[in-house]
Design a protein around this ligand. Sequence first.
Ligand code: NDP
Length: 435
Amino acid sequence: KRRNPHQPEFVQAVQEVAEDIFDFIRDKADYHDQQILRRIAEPDRIVSFRVCWEDDRGNVRVQRGWRVQNNNAIGPYKGGIRFHPSVNESVLKFLAFEQTFKNALTGLPMGGGKGGANFNPKGKSVREIMRFCQSFMTELYRHIGADVDVPAGDIGVGAREIGFMFGQYKRITNHFTGVLTGKGLEYGGSLIRPEATGYGAVYFLAEMLAVKGQDLTGKTAVISGSGNVATHAAEKLVQQGARVVTLSDSAGFVHDPAGLTQEKIDWVKAHKTHRRGRIEEYVEAFPGATFHSGQTPWGVPCDVALPCATQNELSGDDAKALVANGCIAVAEGANMPTDLAGVHVFKSARTLFAPGKAANAGGVAVSGLEMSQNSERRSWKEAELQQMLKDIMAGIHQRCVAYGEGEGGYIDYVKGANVAGFKKVGDAMLAFGVV
Ligand code: NDP
């Protein structure tokens, strides 16, 4: 706290990881002597810069942009760019720190970084967004590169913004390289990137159940959110024979006791993305379902739950309700959807609980595969990528189990993910000596 005053998000993230790591490094002198945890918690560098752009009325506007390059011990810095008014240095440091562990867990050679700007894309015209992206890249380009730092999208930065930024990078440098991921298929993007996070979370869930000798067939699943992660998680669950009974958005949740089908999921995808509709309208399209205004779906009885909407959407009381209703496994599709009280409830009830760091790493993993394809100047087929994603999620699960086994055989996936990620990055840093 003394080293990072006024950075509550960052301090909280480091504290949470540190608690798990202290246990692991207690009897390992090297990590202490070399101050490995302290070094991972101090970004390699933070670049902060002015982003100046002109709005449609001709006003000159000034925003602040950042790139936090947290750690490149095991590969080029990698992590998303976020455009949102809430972006500040503390938030980006917290995200870059977490990304370092998530990327290490995938088994791919990617370091950790994160960037963004306090720019609000809401209500801006496409031309304004384009000019902002170009101005942002006009400074960022000198700090990134296919072997240096490879940003991706995040909140407020989708395929369109990646296109604007990639175009500007290419224009300035005259280099066509895989410097960004999340690109369009026409210019170096990868198949299954949109599906990867949701599908990956379900693969991870299946791995957790398999340890208990169970599978997803016939299981009732509750999902929050109705965006990219939620709809693709639903799709994979249905393919695996589960009955998905809820989806939600910021206005409330729908309960469909008959269960979602591919046809219903396709309707939701089109409704939310192309028509920008509300999930409430689902009940008109599919009678038999009910809408619950202003509520989250955690009170609906289920076997498995996947929070896939947003941070802190599942509280301690929600976790208690899930446990009381017989939920045996939770996989986080979103980043930090379960608050600390909720995590403690799941741990003490010995519920299988996969943190986002492990369960939603499928997205960045396929971004890593996009980097490989760009380096090779080729595109892999969908079936190859599906298999690779499945193998990567099984690998992450294995690493969590190896370092998360606790009392009475209970696997603490949070601890397992933290320790496995730390060990990989830390061991590389030990090899480099004091630098
Ligand atoms: P989308 O924007 O596609 O979807 C977000 C969904 O969450 C929408 O249904 C949205 O509803 C809902 N939502 C937003 N805020 C709230 C709220 N306060 N209460 C209830 N529901 C809310 O995002 P993604 O699906 O891509 O991302 C979801 C989460 O997964 C985020 O935490 C993201 O950081 C994380 N993630 C995503 C990855 C990816 O590859 N996409 C990778 C790793 C993590 P509404 O329409 O009302 O806003």
